[in-house]
Design a protein around this ligand. Structure first.
Ligand code: CMP
Length: 139
């Protein structure tokens, strides 16, 4: 199924100069970058993006972290790309993410209140379309 997904290089990934490495892995896999932008997300955008996590103990630290610096946002297209990018990214906790994945190869825990794990990828068709609408309002 031809899909599109929203990928974010989070502030830790941008600060560590891993944007190119993340985009390289996406392109090497054969997915297409359909749109690309860098922006400093504000609380309104992040509250909408992370609506499902509102009320969780890591919500405030998550917003602090995600607004701590610029984020690179991309619309990525390909067959099965929603699951495929999440496989490329690896599991949430970079300590246990599989080697070979972005988080497994490049991430680790830093002892912060929120897990800093370099990238975001949408988890379903509906969330992908919702998130693309938030980050790329013109698309
Ligand atoms: P992601 O899955 O991209 O989106 C939600 C983010 O919240 C997640 O990445 C982590 O950065 C963070 N997160 C999720 N679960 C926890 C947790 N249990 N403790 C701290 N941070 C978390």
């Amino acid at each position: 199924e031809l899909q599109r997904t929203l990928v974010l290089v989070k502030p830790d990934g941008v600060a560590r100069q891993l944007t190119g490495e993340v985009l390289r892995r996406i392109e090497a896999k054969g997915y297409s970058i359909a749109a690309l932008t860098m922006r400093h997300a504000d609380r309104d955008l992040l509250t909408a993006h992370y609506a499902e996590h509102e009320g969780k103990p890591f919500f405030e630290p998550l917003l602090e972290f995600m607004s701590s610096g610029p984020v690179v946002a991309a619309i990525v297209e390909g067959h099965g790309v929603i699951e495929g990018f999440r496989t490329l990214a690896g599991t949430t906790n970079p300590t246990s993410a599989a080697p070979g994945s972005i988080r497994g190869d490049l991430g680790r825990e830093w002892g912060t209140a929120v897990v800093q794990n370099l990238v975001h990828g949408s988890d379903a068709v509906e969330s992908a379309e919702r998130e693309i609408g938030l980050w790329f309002p013109q698309q």
